[in-house]
Ligand binder design. Sequence first.
Ligand code: SAH
Length: 379
Amino acid sequence: MDQNKFNERIQDLVEEAEQKPRRREKKEKPQLKESIYSLRLDQLQEWLKENGEKAFRAGQIYEWLYEKRVKTFEEMSNLSKALREKLEENFALTTLSTIIKQESKDGTIKFLFQLQDGYSIETVLMRHDYGNSVCVTTQVGCRIGCTFCASTLGGLKRHLLAGEIVEQVVKVQQALDEVNERVSHIVIMGIGEPFDNYDAMMNFLKVINDDKGLNIGARHITVSTSGIVPKIYQFADEQLQINFALSLHAPNQELRQKLMPIARAYKLEDLMEAIRYYTNKTGRRVSFEYGLFGGENDSVEHAEELSKLIKGIKCHVNLIPVNYVPERDYVRTPRNQIFAFEKTLKKNGINVTIRREHGSDIDAACGQLRAKERAQETR
Ligand code: SAH
């Protein structure tokens, strides 16, 4: 894609997010380039053919990007100088710059990246006994408006491009290269609603899953949605082996609507039907995320109601004790009550775990990520 078209596209994304006409500013805008990481292997082959090059070069470029993880086009030494220059002209290899890299006591690392147009996003690396998991962001901000979440406080600024999501993983992998470790798992649970940026998310999935790309197995990738019903059907039809999580948070329509305004657009009944469609179509289980918000949705009665709601669905429930967000006044459920909730689900034959908290001392836990206002001021 040429530069002007790419600039237009970025502007369109901003405009769509802000839902207001584009400001026709006289001020010169920085020249932005499409990230090379946005391209699936077949798209890169296509681009090469269109530019008078052999398609097999795509495999070589992928190797430089995802295996050797070079930081400049210059280093791609088995490509002709002319091709390297063409790549340089048309694509950016770096569209994220690391502003802050903050490490928690438990080994969690939070990265604050600045995008080409000045916005910033957060990405989190979590250390588990089974591997290293990266929590990626899909949008600058979010327009879903969940009442307990920090990511949605400033609304949506713009969607991320596929390459901006891929590059988050590449950057974290480059940091891990220094200690000879590998990113083994991905959770699409950072800032933003992935199903609200569906096409970019799908490209991201293809690139990281490709065995010539980052080669992260589908079963090691989890995507989580607040419940955009039509996209759940679309996702089910993709028939991927990717783990699927739904942020449920309430056992009935009234309560869900209070906690998550999106429930007004998509009724719980319709949502559950979409979930059944997913589990039937894919044969895979769904993971229900259920935040425990003190005094709101965390009684034994709620646990009984939840059990009835999800009865017969191939699933797993992940209980998330609320994480503190200063702007929100939700309180923690006492420990014994968390266990009582868990016990009730277990008694009803439901698979359940309580989510372990990662990086809470650096505000990296679930729902605490936010697009940093500071970097937006530099626009
Ligand atoms: N937008 C997607 C991805 C976010 S994943 C989604 O809604 O699923 C992050 C998970 O953390 C979601 O289940 C979200 O509802 C939950 N969450 C958000 N704020 C939280 C908070 N303050 N405490 C605990 N969980 C929270």
